[in-house]
Design a protein around this ligand. Structure first.
Ligand SMILES: [Zn+2]
Length: 361
């Protein structure tokens, strides 16, 4: 597929809009909640019931989303009978809006609905084919956006080293004022950013990175977006026009903001976006990566994700530190622990020791 990737906006401006204002974390169960153990699901990616099943979706959402259902039913293409990808489009649109109380029919561009403005493809990934669906607005360069999505998803899967978690990934363009990952494979992309490789890659990264603390999810989404785009630069697919950063220049840019912006010196869990949460999280994680090495960081990250069991379980800070330390050489252990103490616990190691004692480890 061709790319029309015109000059990507400079990195600094792109970063400002990546999830600024905060994501909606995926609705994963909290550790305190009673986990629903489906022994057949453990260790396997999400396989959600009802994807593309319009017969099931219509009665289910009849009460809550009758307006959207009526709009679909009025369309000649709906009345003619639905193809497989039209069914996916209808069901995903309904599930996107219905599952999110803050969204209304108005959240979807009506022309997207009535004129069937979507692109769909089956992507062949490591273990299975997934559905990639882009619901766009009139005037969007949907082909170019779709090509970016198609390039980034397999690369992200290679970076994490664990199969893509969702059998359907749906990107919905609109006038949201925010880009975010909505859980269950749904991503919202604001009009600002439909062709921003970084923003798209950041939000796609959240298909993996939702199970940790907020700062961790955001930092990992930034880092995996950058690593994936850098890898695509190094081995470009047809038509790829490049992305103007690699992980080292990305780190330098984030570090200079942290050092110069006058953010309060707070532990990561206590920071808001206005306190430099995103930049400080990126710097912290990349400092860890620098100490333990890129390969160890990658292996630790995959282990964190595996420990979340495809985001069915949340991973807290203590567990994160435990896993990182498993991939840290003895000679680097103190440096890693000091970083965690300063940036995560905000102490001299007392909290981590307390949690170790509490767990009897
Ligand atoms: Zn984000």
């Amino acid at each position: 597929m061709r790319f029309y990737l015109a000059a990507i906006a400079v990195l600094a401006s792109v970063l400002l809009v990546a999830c600024s204002g905060g994501d909606s974390p995926a609705p994963t169960p909290s550790p305190a909640a009673t986990p629903v153990f489906d022994e057949f699901a453990i260790g396997k990616p999400q396989n959600r019931v009802g994807v593309g099943d319009v017969e099931r979706a219509l009665p289910r959402f009849e009460t809550s989303r009758g307006d959207l259902i009526a709009a679909f039913q009025q369309q000649p293409w709906f009345q003619d009978g639905l193809s497989a990808d039209e069914s996916l489009f209808v069901e995903r649109s309904l599930s996107f809006v219905a599952g999110r109380p803050e969204l209304s029919f108005e959240s979807l561009n009506h022309a997207s609905v009535t004129d069937k403005l979507y692109l769909h493809d089956k992507l062949s990934l490591r273990q299975r084919d997934i559905d990639l669906l882009l619901i766009y607005e009139p005037g969007d360069d949907a082909e170019a956006e779709f090509a970016l999505l198609e390039a980034v998803i397999p690369q992200l899967e290679r970076e994490v080293g664990i199969e893509w978690p969702e059998q359907a990934t749906t990107v919905v363009n609109g006038s949201y004022g925010i880009n975010d990952y909505n859980g269950e494979g749904f991503i919202r992309i604001d009009r600002c950013c439909t062709l921003s490789a970084f923003v798209l890659a950041h939000e796609l990264s959240h298909v993996y990175w939702t199970a940790g603390p907020f700062w961790f999810n955001e930092g990992m989404a930034d880092i995996y977006a950058t690593l994936s785009l850098q890898a695509l630069n190094d081995d470009p697919p047809d038509g790829w026009r490049g992305f103007n950063a690699d992980i080292d220049s990305y780190y330098a840019q984030r570090k200079s903001v942290v050092d110069s912006a006058g953010f309060p010196d707070l532990p990561l869990p206590n920071r808001f976006a206005s306190d430099g949460l995103y930049q400080a999280a990126d710097v912290f994680l990349l400092d860890i990566r620098d100490i333990i090495g890129a390969n160890a960081f990658r292996a630790a990250a995959s282990d964190v994700y595996a420990a979340s069991d495809f985001a069915r379980l949340n991973i807290g800070e203590k567990r994160l530190e435990d896993i990182v330390l498993r991939y840290t050489a003895e000679s680097d252990r103190d440096a890693v622990m000091q970083l965690f103490n300063r940036e995560v616990w905000g102490d001299n190691g007392e909290e981590y020791r307390r949690l170790q004692e509490f767990e009897g480890s």
